[in-house]
Design a protein around this ligand. Structure first.
Ligand code: PRX
Length: 659
């Protein structure tokens, strides 16, 4: 077990939920939580069926809650029909929320645009009518490669309205990554923007799409719709490219939502696994929306007057569930932010909370850690320099939050009165799984605490047997839940072997190591596979390795993670070149070349923090790279482990030297 986990596990501070919060909470007090747990454990299907009936508008009611006949390809509410977008828009307008602000959009430069539910409905309908006019229909796949904008949310909703399956690609991904996703998902439509604006800089987007098309194999893409964000100049293909504003301007402002089967894929979102090829995680319509809606009410205690702000990008699952779908399904007012936390200065988040009276704030530990540093250096950007009295609840997501960062968030942002919900979940789970409930759970800094009702999270050993409290093991979910991944797009076999390995008795294997304490609180210890978590973003070591060896200079590469005070984990690459091992300026120059290459192949988030060159990699006699040794070397620690199976021990010395 790593030292950082040990230090987290000796954490003994406990923060009971504030009385005032408990009184008004949607789930109020331990007994209310226990009653839901009991109901879900006693009769899971009855529990989920009740919630699905109470919370969603079905155009055709379901008669069966769960179909397990083809496990692990579970079907939820499988004979029911609904439309996700109608559940987010019409459902709110019908209950009188048409004039309520749905989105407060703040651009990178500070301009603010607000749209009401009615206005958003009209924009989504116009976009959907535009798509329809081009012949797009239920089951088609659309790639969305857009900056954070009202248009991005509207594009996702417009797809959902017609049953078009969207696959959002984060704007920070390269043309190569985009190309891979266009092909894998079989997209016939791409929606992008001319440029994006981040931190005062204009960054091209459409050129990356053009480059992706240029890589070949994209012939089934019939249109590329372009949102004009900056007016920057872009190349144009008259046959394929079309301005979004031209397409939508004369479209009718109503568009009947197409009812789809509850199991119809709402979206496919790519995430990293333990091989080089990203996995297209397929989510459903009914089960996914149910959990997106409910977790807003449970974890975030959503209330009609809240102003909710999730700082994630819609390119990640957090932005799907807690921007595009969850808040809208609950008729909430939310912030959508185009920019970055450090522009024009590191007080941007706090200033925006003050300006828009944000009451619920949800961000990632990496952002918190970088803002701690900035505000220690400059009191003007410290949260205490802003009026944060509107806040009532804070959230954290994406990676373990270290107790120091937790305490800083609690004291300086939450002013010691706001509960913090440290939410553990994954792209595959669709929504929160293990998290405090703010009106119930005593908080422990560094622990995501307890399972949500209906979620049978547990720690097991390699045969699926329960382990005792305090023992490490695999984090699994024993029974299916509605918002779970349905399959890996185009690769059902990989779905089965990755998530439901035979030895684990049919449990869902999350891929995280964890342990549970005597209060049933979970402590996440990190991934058990070759997946890294850099700034809350998942990255496969194999992905980075494949990209490195695709470079003409590289013969071999091994990538490992190293704990990092700001980004959680950092990428360290060990590289063997096809030519002599470089040193000095030459090594620096080649390292830069390789970092730029990774940025182009995958995206800037995958750039190794450090590259080390060697004549070889540490290998066993059978030729297997000994990554555990590389992890030690990357940390700058002395190798004290057994190296008797190592064929070339001398190599470790060479690899300890940073470039
Ligand atoms: O290792 C866990 C970590 O992030 C992984 C999921 O990454 P992704 O699919 O990109 O989704 C991130 C946003 C939900 C998990 O397997 N992780 C996520 N949340 C937490 C976490 N680790 C510790 N604590 C968390 N709250």
């Amino acid at each position: 077990m790593s030292n950082s986990i040990q230090s987290v596990l000796v954490e003994t501070r406990v923060f009971p939920p504030p009385e005032g919060f408990v009184k008004q909470a949607n789930i109020s007090g331990q007994a209310a939580y226990q009653a839901l747990l009991d109901e879900s454990d006693r009769d899971p299907n009855g529990f989920w069926g009740r919630l699905a009936k109470e919370n969603l508008h079905w155009t055709k009611p379901f008669t069966q809650v769960l179909d397990e006949s083809n496990a692990p390809f579970y079907k939820w509410f499988g004979d029911g029909e609904l439309n996700v977008s109608a559940n987010c828009l019409e459902a709110n307008i019908e209950r009188g929320l048409g004039d309520k602000v749905a989105i407060i959009f703040e651009a990178d430069g500070g301009e603010v645009t607000k749209v009401t539910y009615h206005e958003l409905y009209e924009r989504v309908c116009q976009m959907a009518n535009g798509l329809k006019s081009l012949g797009y229909k239920t089951g088609d796949r659309a790639i969305i490669y857009l900056p954070m904008s009202i248009e991005a949310v509207a594009a996702m909703q417009a797809c959902a309205r017609l049953g078009i399956i969207h696959s959002v690609v984060f704007g920070g991904f390269s043309s190569k990554a985009l190309h891979e996703r266009i092909i894998d998902v079989g997209a016939s439509l791409v929606i992008t923007a001319d440029e994006q604006v981040r931190g005062g800089k204009q960054i091209p987007l459409k050129p990356a799409v053009d480059e992706a098309f240029g890589m070949g194999g994209c012939d089934i893409v019939r249109h590329c719709l372009v949102y004009k964000r900056t007016g920057g100049s872009v190349a144009w293909d008259d046959k394929r490219d079309m301005w979004l504003h031209d397409l939508v301007k004369d479209q009718p402002k109503t568009c009947e939502a197409v009812p789809v089967n509850a199991e119809h894929p709402l979206f496919i979102l790519y995430t990293s696994g333990s091989t080089g090829k990203p996995k297209g995680v397929q989510h459903s319509s009914g089960g996914y929306l149910l959990w997106a809606k409910l977790t807003m009410q449970w974890t975030f205690d959503a209330k009609p007057d809240d102003v909710f702000w999730c700082t994630a990008d819609v390119g990640w699952v957090t932005g799907h569930t807690y921007i595009t779908y969850g808040p809208l399904a609950n008729g909430m007012t939310q912030i959508v932010f185009e920019g970055v936390p450090t522009y024009p200065n590191a007080g941007r988040f706090w200033e925006m909370i003050q300006r828009h009276h944000v009451s619920i704030f949800y961000t990632a530990p990496t952002a918190i850690r970088s803002l701690i540093k900035a505000s220690e250096a400059n009191a003007a950007v410290h949260p205490k320099s802003f009026d944060l009295s509107s806040l009532r609840l804070l959230g954290s997501v994406g990676e373990p939050i270290n107790p120091e960062a937790w305490m800083w968030y609690h004291i300086n942002v939450g002013q010691e009165r706001c509960p913090i919900v440290d939410t553990w979940w994954q792209t595959e789970t669709g929504g929160h799984m293990i998290t405090p409930l703010p009106g119930v759970t005593p908080l422990k800094p560094g622990s995501c605490t307890t399972r949500l009702p209906g979620i049978t999270a547990a720690i097991v050993d390699e045969t699926g047997g329960d382990v005792e409290a305090g023992q490490g093991g695999f984090l699994v979910i024993k029974r299916p839940w509605p918002s779970m991944i349905r399959t890996i797009w185009g690769d059902p076999e990989r779905f089965k072997t990755s998530y439901f390995p035979e030895e684990l008795r049919g449990y869902y294997l999350a891929g995280d190591g964890a342990q549970c304490d005597a209060d049933n609180c979970f402590w996440i210890m990190g991934r058990i596979d070759d997946v890294l978590n850099v700034s809350g973003h998942r990255l496969g070591t194999m992905e980075v390795e494949s990209a490195l060896v695709a470079h003409e200079l590289v013969a071999e590469a091994a990538v490992v993670g190293r704990p990092d005070a700001t980004t959680g984990e950092a990428v360290v690459a060990f590289v063997v070149l096809k030519r002599a091992t470089p040193d000095g300026d030459e090594a620096v120059a080649i390292a830069k070349q390789l970092r730029d290459w990774i940025s182009k192949e995958i995206g800037p988030i995958a750039k190794p923090k450090e590259i080390r060159f060697g004549d070889n990699l540490p290998k066993t006699r059978s030729g297997k790279i000994m990554r555990r040794l590389l992890r030690v070397v990357a940390k700058g620690e002395e190798v004290t482990q057994d190296v008797s199976t190592l064929e070339n021990p001398a190599i470790l010395d060479q690899l300890t030297k940073p470039v």
